[in-house]
Structures are given as C-alpha cells and as structure tokens.
Design a protein around this ligand. Structure first.
Ligand code: DC
Length: 654
C-alpha cells in the first residue's frame, strides 16, 4: 500500500496561503456556466472535486478556458446547456453531484449521472423527491434513493406555474437545498423552497445564497425555512470573481498553531478571515474555547498555543462546522480532559462513515473513544500517543488524512493512501511541511568499520540527542534468523523476523527478546549475515518505519548506509564518513584484539572489501555518498577531530 511517513514535529509556525474553497469553487463554476456572459474565475481550487465539475461542464458544452495560475474563463450558456444528452462521471464530488442533479433535472435533456462506489452509497432521495414534486423525471439506475441517476427531463424554461412551491428535507444534507436553490432560477417563474425538518449545515446555505447574489439572484428568506426566488431572476456574470481560501482546509493549520506554536510564534492562514462567507471560519472560535490564542483580520487568521501550553477539552454542538469539526477530534488528542462533539450525524453519509472511521483511527493512537449515532467523545491517552506501525487508514477520505497529520506534534506517523488529499488540497503535505519544524536528524552514512558508529554516538551524546545504530537492526535480524533456523537468503521469512523483532536499546545494551545481544551481533559471522539480509528488499521495507520511529525530540543522530538517501531524506545534516579500507581493517583488528578475540589483518581486509562490494553493488539502497552529504574522510583523523567536524556542520544548519 502507498503511504507517507510524517516526521515528528518540534513546533509549528509560519504563514500559509490557502487553496481556494471547494464549496465556493464548484458553486461559482456552475453559476458561471449558467449565467449570461463570460466570467473570469480566479483562485479556483485545483482538485479532484473541481476537476469533476469542470469535466461535467465541458461535457455539457460549456466553454471553459484555463488561463493559468488557477484562473479560468467560463463562457456562460444563459441557462441552457448546449449538449442535451450526456453521461457524466462525478467521482465522489458531492457538491458537483447534488447541484448538477437539480440543475439538469430542470434544464430539459437526457443525462446519466454516476460516481465512484462510495458516491452510490450516499443518499440523494430527498433531492429527487423534491424535484419530482415539480415534474422532474428522474430514475434510479441502481438502488432506490441513491446514485447513479438517469434524468429524462423534457421540462424546461417556461412551463412552470408561477408560485411553484417545493419542499425538501433539510436534515440529511444541506447540499439538497443548495442544489434546488441554484436550479430554481432556471424555471423562470417565482418559486419557493420550504425546508421540512431541521436544516443542518446551515452555513453552507449562506455560501450558496451569497454566491447566487454575486451572480445577480437575490433569494428572499423568511426565517430559516422558506426561500423564495422572485420571478424573472436570471444569472448574470459578475465579470471577474475571486474564490475565497478554503476555511475547512484552514482548520488543520489553525489547529497546528493552537497545539504547536509556542510563545511569540503563530501559524497564520491567508485567504479567509473575519469577512469570510464560509461557516467553517467559526472553527477558530471552537479552538479559542479550547484555550488557543486566536487573532483575526479581514482575510487572515492566526492561532497559537495557550499561555499555559495546554488546550482543554470541550463539548461542542458541531452543526455550524461539520467538516472542520473533524479537526477538533484530532486536536482533542492534545487537550486535557475529554472532548465531546455532538450533532455530527451528517458525518455518517460523507466520503466514508466518518464517525466510525475517526473512532477506529483515534483508538490506534491510544485514545479512548466513545461513539454514538451523532456524537463522538475523545479522551487522549494518559501517557504518550501510540505510534501504530500499520499506519492510519484514510478510507479515501481527504479530511481523515489531513486531520490525522496533527498527531505528528507527538509522534512519527504513517498515513496510508495519502493521495486522497487531492480531493480538496493537492500539495497538502508540502504545505504542512512548510509551516512545521520537524525533529532534526544528523544522518551519517559510510562503509563498515569506518568509525561512523563511534562518531555518531559521540555526536549524539554531545548534543543530548537520541542515537540510532541502524546496522544493529540488520545484525539483530541476522542473529534472530540464525537462532530461528531461518536461512539468511529466505527473504519472506527473514522479513517476517525483521518486522517482529523484539529489541530494546539501552544506554550500553542491546537486548533481543529480553536477553543481552550486544556482543553476539558483533561476531564476524553475524556481520556477514547482516550484510546478506540487508540486501533483501523485503527486509529493508520491514525495518523502515522502525528506524524512523527513533526520531524523537530534541533530535536524532542516525548511522548506516541509507540514512541520508532513504530513511531520513529530509535530514538537516548529511555526512558520508569513510576511511581507506586498510585503515578500517587495522581499526577492526585493534578492536578485536582489545576484546581478547584472536584475529589477523589479512582476512579482515578481504572481508571488508567483500562487504563493501556487496553493500555498494546491491540493487536496493546501495551504499553511496548522497549528493547532499558532506564527505568526511577519517583516514588521517582522530575520533575527536571527526566528531568536532560533524558538530560544526550541524551547527551551521540549526
Ligand atoms: O554498520 P554495520 O556494520 O553495523 O552494518 C551491518 C550491516 O548492515 C552491513 O553489512 C550493512 C548493513 N546496513 C545497511 O544495509 N543499511 C544500514 N542502514 C545499516 C547497515
């Protein structure tokens, strides 16, 4: 499975320009397509969901021209799509599916709308029922009440009676009401929508009404349940329209600041703020209730950690911020006490059943979680967060991937299928890295017996950092395989041993399954076995995450062969430490004699040459000087000189 390993963080700070709002992007595109005249849409979100809408509009004959830099020119069709028969695939884009269903049902034509399997599990019956009340001919092509749909709408402009009233349920998805509101100006007569039952996610209706107003249609509201589109309203291009930054996407960065931005620092998002029309900006209020320090300007928001350093749990009715509320569930991992998020029933019908998914994944981190039909209650673990080796599963849900990235403020984290973020935020992890400071790593690679272990351990001691002797993991694997009677070239079984290794690294000890193994793994035959098992790709894959978990605050010094290239490619300092093979053979000889082990130089020299050859010629992670690494040739250096040189290099980047 595809995954990303995110490093643990020291802190968060910096400024981020948000990508355009998904909700606004798809509304603006559709209304620009329906309007009279050309619209230049700027700062459009470039993501899977908007790509589905753009493809659909092109298939419907709308002329959309990319202008570069997230700008598009949309030539409006004046309410009548040129193409009257089309098959539209809308992926898992709820905003596109619901609004196009309503618009196409009232625009006269024959259309088939489908999506991915999950889209076909997301209800649409309430919207179809509402549209049928006014004569739309919509059939379910799969299961009753769910996409895919076939729309055979002969109805078009001019055949509706003035004063048409449509009622729609408001308690499953606000996108049904949004779809109806956006579609009704097409029928050319006064029309009223009555919401039956409670209207959830009300802020999204505000976004719909505000966007319609920008395109010249003023909806008349009576309370929160009746919306009237006056006679004669048609969409007109506003000329140029800018899409606001995505307030839901802002939530991850604001939470980062609230947990990880220490005194005098903050995480600032630009593109949304006090003047935003998106309800999810209210997420900042929820963070403030948890104790975060929040500042807001017209189009920016800043968050930093409480003076006390620690957030506290809250109970919150989340109807106003359904999407951003997911971020509160992971923020709760860093709060004192319990956080309870209520009125979140809509989570169950989103990209996945978000309540169930969040509960499962939060538990993997050690949280105590209680879930109900429409609530989730999260209590962080007493001690540290756990570091699940199997990773966090994301259920093809962009928001799960993004909100769990916050856990890196406490631990290394593997996120499975991270590509799902492209639904609303391509480049999310790069943006995340830009406003966070990862725990630093000094990576020291080099050949056997070059002295890199000694140098690395001393550098770690000098800095008060952790130390990873990655070679020891390969040696332990070879030793454990030998003890289990598994041949060193039996890739699958050696890899299984590597993933199950029960090891404990102490100050001066290495324990394998509870017994001291420091001496045993340094024996010459185990050295040779380590070199053999290290050439097996499955063994390297099995040890990858285990090595990354050694990265802990305040820093890590790691030695091996592929520290700089593969295990810690983002290491701040990279060193390639070597010495002539003759000097290395002499050093190894001296070490053995000091330990009372009989040895002679020539076989040691030949053995080192053979291992150098195998380590540097193997197909996976061969020993090579990384192009970013400093070369440290210790042939003529003392250990102290080598240590001092590494410290100088590392101080230059810290
Ligand atoms: O550094 P060392 O001699 O203890 O390493 C033992 C073996 O493991 C050596 O043959 C190379 C291999 N190794 C590796 O392939 N990758 C690492 N990161 C560390 C060691």
């Amino acid at each position: 499975m595809d995954f990303i390993d995110l490093p643990p963080l020291l802190s968060a700070r910096g400024t981020l320009r948000l990508p355009g709002s998904k909700s606004l992007s798809n509304r603006v595109l559709l209304l620009a397509a329906l309007a009279d005249g050309e619209t230049e849409v700027r700062d459009l979100l470039e993501s899977d969901d908007t790509a589905r809408m753009l493809e659909a509009l092109l298939a419907l004959g709308v002329d959309v021209v990319p202008l570069g830099d997230s700008a598009y020119r949309v030539c409006g069709c004046g309410g009548v799509f040129p193409v009257k028969e089309a098959d539209l695939f809308l992926g898992n884009a709820g905003t596109a599916f619901r609004s196009l269903t309503a618009v196409l049902a009232l625009s006269g034509g024959h259309y088939r709308l489908s999506g991915v399997a999950r889209m076909h599990e997301r209800p649409i019956g309430d919207l179809v029922d509402a549209l049928r009340q006014i004569g739309a001919d919509i059939r379910y092509a799969g299961n009753e009440g769910f996409p895919p749909l076939e729309i055979c709408s002969a109805k078009g402009h001019g055949i509706f009676a003035p004063g048409t009233v449509v009622s729609v349920r408001g308690d499953v998805s606000s996108q049904f009401l949004t779809g109806l509101l956006m579609a009704l100006p097409l029928i050319g007569v006064e029309a009223t929508v009555e919401v039956v039952g409670e209207l959830i996610s009300r802020p999204y209706i505000e976004i719909t009404l505000a966007t319609m107003a920008r395109f010249g249609v003023q909806v008349v509201r009576e309370g929160g349940q009746r919306f009237t589109i006056p006679a004669g309203c048609t969409y007109r291009s506003p000329g140029v329209i800018y899409v606001e930054g995505d307030a839901s996407s802002a939530s991850y960065f604001l939470a980062l600041g609230a947990i990880g931005a220490r005194a005098g620092q903050a995480v600032r998002v630009e593109g949304v703020g006090r003047d935003s029309i998106q309800g999810d900006v209210r997420f900042a209020d929820a963070l403030a209730r948890m104790g975060a320090r929040i500042e807001m300007g017209p189009n920016w928001i800043e968050a930093s950690a409480p003076h006390s350093g620690k957030l506290h749990g809250i109970e919150l009715d989340c109807r106003q911020i359904p999407d951003a509320a997911m971020t509160l569930a992971t923020t709760a991992l860093f709060a004192e006490g319990t956080t309870t998020l209520t009125r979140i029933a809509s989570w169950r019908v989103k990209e996945t059943d978000r309540i169930a998914a969040m509960a499962t994944e939060l538990r993997k981190l050690g949280a105590e979680v209680e879930e109900g039909v429409d609530f989730i209650r999260v209590t962080p673990p007493q001690a540290k967060l756990l570091t699940p080796e199997s990773g966090i599963d994301t259920y093809e849900d962009h928001r799960i991937a993004m909100c769990f990235s916050l856990a890196t403020l406490a631990t290394t984290l593997r996120i499975n299928d991270p590509g799902c973020v492209t639904k609303t935020f391509p480049g999310y992890f790069e943006s995340f890295a830009r406003v966070t400071q990862a725990v630093p790593v000094i990576a020291i690679d080099g050949p056997s017996a070059s002295g890199k272990g000694t140098v690395a351990a001393r550098v770690a001691a000098a800095l008060g950092w952790h130390y990873l002797d990655s070679g020891a993991l390969y040696r332990l694997t070879a030793l454990a395989a030998r003890r289990a009677g598994v041949a060193w070239d039996d890739e699958a079984r050696v890899a299984a041993i590597a993933s199950g290794l029960d090891v404990e690294f102490g100050e001066n000890s290495i324990r394998l399954s509870g017994a001291e193994a420091g001496e045993a793994i340094r024996q010459e035959d185990i050295s040779s076995g380590a070199s053999q098992v290290a050439a097996l790709p499955a063994v390297r894959a099995a040890l990858l995450f285990r090595q990354r978990v050694f990265r802990q605050a305040p820093g890590l010094v790691a030695d091996g062969r592929d520290m700089a290239s593969l295990v810690f490619p983002d290491a701040q300092t990279k060193v390639f430490l070597t010495a002539s093979v003759e000097v290395r053979a002499q050093r190894r000889y001296k070490q053995l004699i000091e330990k009372g082990i009989t040895a002679s130089i020539l076989p040691l020299l030949l053995d080192l040459r053979e291992r150098d050859e195998r380590d540097s010629q193997r197909s996976v992670a061969p020993l090579q000087q990384n192009k970013e690494a400093e070369l440290l040739d210790t042939t003529d250096l003392t250990i102290e000189q080598a240590v001092a040189q590494v410290l100088v290099w590392s101080s230059k980047v810290s």
